[in-house]
Design a protein around this ligand. Structure first.
Ligand code: SAM
Length: 213
């Protein structure tokens, strides 16, 4: 996205609570790729409108998006999966500091295994937020989608990956495979018979998929 437009969208956002600013600063300082401010603002707005009771997040990092989603749906319960041990510990600490451990369950491990276990336990969700390894979105979708209730929503972040997804001829070689995978993921979402999807060029690109009943 055009930098001026991006800055404008960020600048229009209202001031946030101290804990939000602290986590954003920490992510910046430690180079943790949390969702950008306009992107999480969109996710929170979709949550306020759709009022999910149960949310599943793939990719917790330091707990920022899980805590922001809970801010938008204070009565919801959130399950979130993180495979990096250090980030898992940081997320647990931030969630405890804000006394939200009753509502946010952080599962430590690879989502490819943990999603299978959740499914076998009969878990269901109203909203899935996919924000982990971009090359694996298709697999995350296949494992998590059966747990999504009818009229539920899937939000997938980074689906335009730095603009490269729309400009495949300009992709640096190291990203070629990943961009191909994201393009095929987007194509799958757009043509899926059980979903309607809209891709929104906010942040790194957010796909919003609505499951038909
Ligand atoms: N959703 C977070 C936020 O906005 O605050 C940011 C998540 S960050 C973009 C992606 C995270 O997913 C990383 O912390 C990474 O360790 C984790 N991750 C990547 N692949 C994963 C997998 N297969 N299972 C679980 N976590 C994974």
């Amino acid at each position: 996205m055009n930098e001026k437009l991006k800055d404008y969208l960020t600048d229009t956002l209202p001031l946030q609570a101290d804990w939000v600013v602290k986590l954003e600063e920490m992510a910046l300082a430690e180079n943790v790729p949390i969702m950008d401010k306009a992107g999480i603002n969109l996710v929170m707005q979709l949550i306020r409108i759709s009022r999910p009771h149960r949310i599943l997040e793939i990719g917790t990092a330091i707990g920022y998006s899980a805590l922001r989603m809970l801010e938008a749906a204070p009565d919801a319960s959130i399950v979130t999966i993180e495979k990096d041990e250090h980030r898992y510990a940081q997320a647990m600490e931030h969630i405890r500091e804000l006394n939200k451990e009753q509502q946010i369950e952080v599962i430590y491990g690879d989502a490819l295994d943990k999603l299978q276990q959740l499914s076998e336990n009969g878990s269901t969700f109203d909203l899935l937020f996919i924000d982990a390894a971009k090359g694996q979105y298709q697999r995350f979708f296949e494992l998590a989608e059966p747990m999504l209730n009818p009229n539920g929503m899937i939000i997938s972040d980074n689906v335009l990956f730095r603009g490269f997804v729309a400009n495949p001829e300009d992709v640096p070689k190291r990203y070629t495979k990943m961009v191909e995978k994201i393009r095929s993921y987007n194509q799958m979402l757009m043509s899926h018979p059980d979903f309607t999807t809209s891709i929104i060029p906010i942040g790194d690109g957010v796909a919003v998929s609505y499951k038909k009943s």
